[in-house]
Write a protein that binds this ligand. Structure first.
Ligand code: GDP
Ligand code: IMO
Ligand code: MG
Length: 428
C-alpha cells in the first residue's frame, strides 16, 4: 500500500507544493483532502512558476490522476480559472477528478467571509476571504450544496433557491450587504457545472480501488498543524483538518491505509493573519527573513510574519500526524545569517511547559527558550548530497531531527524541483 502524505507542520506556506511536486515524480495519483482556495502552493520547474490553489500539485505530470476529494471546500470558479491557466501553458488537465461529495463554495460564502471577518474588529482572524469558513459552516449546519447536487440541474435550482432566501436575509440584516440575484447566480453556476460535470465521480471508490491495485498515492495537505481547527491556535485557525488524520474524513481512506507521513518544515517560521506566534521576530531579524525569503502571501500578497523555527511546534505536529520523515525547506534562506536560533522550550511563569498550551492567553505569554547555532555563511543551493552540506548546516538539521524524534527525509535548498537533497530514498 504505497500511500504517502505530505503535511504542513507550522502555520502554512512551508513549501508543501514543492515537496509534493518532487514526490509526484513517483506518484500515480495526487489527492487534495482539505481546505480550499485559501491554499497557495507554488511549484517551480526549470525556473517556471506555477501557483496552485485547488488543483493538486501533481498536475504538472502527464498521466497522473489529480483528485479533489470530499473534504475540500470546492470553488468551481477558481478551479475553472486554474484549469484554463494550465491548459494555456500546455498542461494536460484530463486527469482531474472531483468528488461528488465535496461542498461547493458559493458567492455568499465569499462575501460573508470578507465582511464577517472585518466585523470582528480587533479580533479579526485575517482570513483569506475565499469563503472557506462559511462553506464549512453550511456543511456543519447541513444546508451546504454538494458537488453531486451542483451538477444536477433541478436539484441545484431547488437548493440554491432555499439557500439564497436564507443568505439574502443574512446578507442584508447581519452583513449590511445587498442581496444576491438568484437568477444570476443560477446561470453562473449552471455554466460552471456544465464544464465540470465530466470530471465529477465518487473519489472515495476511486482512491480505495487505486490503493487496492497498488498504485502510488500522494495525499497533499493544505494549510498546516497550527491552523488545524482542533489542534491549532484556535480561533486563529482555518476551518478544516490539515493534520494527517484529515485524510480519513477528507478523502474516505481508513487510517491504517496511510503508510508514510512526511512533515514539511520551513527552516524558520512564518505566519499570515492574526494569532499567537511565540518565536516571531518583530525586529531586524524578522525583516531580514522576510526580505531574504520574499515572504509575501501567494493568495493575498500580504507580508508574512516571520520568526525563528519553533521546534516545539514541529514536535507537536510529529505527534499529531505521526510523522515518519521531515522535509526541511528553504534552508538556503538562512545562508547569510551569522546566528540561527531554534526554540526548544516554552517558559511560562518560570516553568518549562511540557505541552503546547491550549489557552491563547498562556501562549501569548510564553517565553521561547532558544538554542543558538552558528550560521554557515555560504550558498547551499547547488548542493545535492547531504554530506556535502556545510557541517554547521548539518548540525542545525540534526538538532531538529533529534529534538522532534523524526528523521530527515528531504532537505530543500531552492524552489526548483532539482534543488532537492533526498536522504530517504524509499518514501514510496
Ligand atoms: P505551501 O503553501 O506550503 O505549498 O508553500 P508556498 O508555495 O505558499 O510557499 C513556499 C515558497 O517557497 C514558494 O514560493 C516555493 O516556491 C518556495 N520554496 C519551496 N522550497 C524552497 C526552498 O527550499 N528554497 C527556496 N528558496 N524557496 C523554496
Ligand atoms: P497553504 O496551503 C498560510 C490562514 C489565513 C488565516 C487563517 C484562516 O498555502 O499553506 P481561512 O481563509 O482559511 O479561513 O483563514 O488561516 N491560512 C493560511 N496561511 N497558508 C495557507 O495555506 C493558509 N490557509 C489559510 O491567513 O490566518
Ligand atoms: Mg502557501
Amino acid at each position: 500500500m504505497p500511500t504517502v502524505n505530505v503535511t504542513g507542520t507550522q502555520w502554512g506556506d512551508e513549501g508543501k507544493g514543492k515537496i509534493v511536486d518532487y514526490l509526484a515524480q513517483q506518484a500515480e495519483t495526487v489527492v487534495r483532502y482539505g481546505g480550499g482556495s485559501n491554499a497557495g502552493h507554488t511549484v517551480a520547474v526549470n525556473g517556471e512558476e506555477y501557483k496552485l490553489r485547488l488543483l493538486p500539485s501533481g498536475i504538472l505530470y502527464k498521466g497522473t490522476h489529480n483528485v479533489i476529494a470530499n473534504g475540500v471546500a470546492f470553488d468551481p470558479e477558481v478551479v475553472l480559472q486554474e484549469m484554463d491557466a494550465m491548459k494555456a501553458r500546455g498542461i494536460d488537465v484530463s486527469g482531474i477528478r472531483i468528488s461528488n461529495r465535496a461542498h461547493v463554495v458559493m458567492p455568499y460564502h465569499r462575501i460573508m467571509d470578507g465582511v464577517g471577518d472585518e466585523k470582528r474588529g480587533k479580533n479579526k482572524i485575517g482570513t483569506t476571504k475565499r469563503g472557506i469558513g462559511p462553506c464549512y459552516m453550511d456543511k456543519a449546519n447541513r444546508i451546504g450544496i454538494r458537488v453531486c447536487d451542483f451538477i444536477d440541474k433541478e436539484e441545484f435550482a431547488r437548493r440554491l433557491k432555499e439557500n439564497i432566501e436564507i443568505k439574502n436575509h443574512e446578507l442584508q440584516e447581519i452583513y449590511d450587504h445587498e442581496p444576491l440575484d438568484y437568477e444570476a447566480v443560477l446561470a453562473e453556476y449552471e455554466g460552471y457545472a456544465d464544464r465540470l460535470r465530466p470530471y465529477v465521480c465518487d473519489t472515495i471508490a476511486l482512491i480505495n480501488r487505486e490503493i487496492d491495485e497498488g498504485r502510488k498515492i500522494l495525499f497533499e495537505g493544505a494549510q498546516a498543524t497550527m491552523l488545524d481547527i482542533d489542534y491549532g491556535t484556535y480561533p486563529y485557525v482555518t476551518a478544516s483538518h490539515p493534520v494527517s488524520g484529515g485524510i480519513t474524513v477528507g478523502a474516505g481512506v481508513a487510517p491504517k491505509r496511510i503508510d508514510t507521513v512526511v512533515g514539511v518544515v520551513k527552516a524558520y517560521c512564518t505566519r499570515v493573519g492574526a494569532g499567537p506566534f511565540p518565536t516571531e521576530q518583530l525586529n531586524d531579524i524578522g525583516d531580514k527573513l522576510r526580505e531574504a525569503g520574499h515572504e509575501y502571501g501567494t493568495v493575498t500578497g500580504r507580508p508574512r510574519r516571520t520568526g525563528w523555527l519553533d521546534a516545539c511546534v514541529v514536535r507537536y505536529a510529529a505527534q499529531l500526524s505521526g510523522l515518519d520523515y521531515l522535509a526541511i525547506t528553504r534552508l538556503d534562506i538562512l545562508d547569510a545569517f551569522d546566528e540561527i536560533k531554534v526554540c526548544t522550550g516554552y517558559k511560562y511563569k518560570g516553568e518549562i511547559l511540557d505541552e503546547i498550551p491550549a489557552s491563547l492567553k498562556v501562549l501569548a505569554e510564553v517565553e521561547p527558550v532558544y538554542e543558538t547555532f552558528p550560521g554557515w555563511n555560504q550558498s547551499i543551493t547547488k548542493i545535492r548530497k547531504y554530506d556535502d552540506l556545510p557541517e554547521k548546516c548539518r548540525k542545525y538539521l540534526e538538532r531538529i531531527a533529534d529534538f522532534t524524534g523524526v528523521p530527515l527525509g528531504i532537505v530543500s535548498v531552492g524552489p526548483n524541483r532539482d534543488e532537492t537533497i533526498v536522504i530517504a530514498e524509499d518514501m514510496f
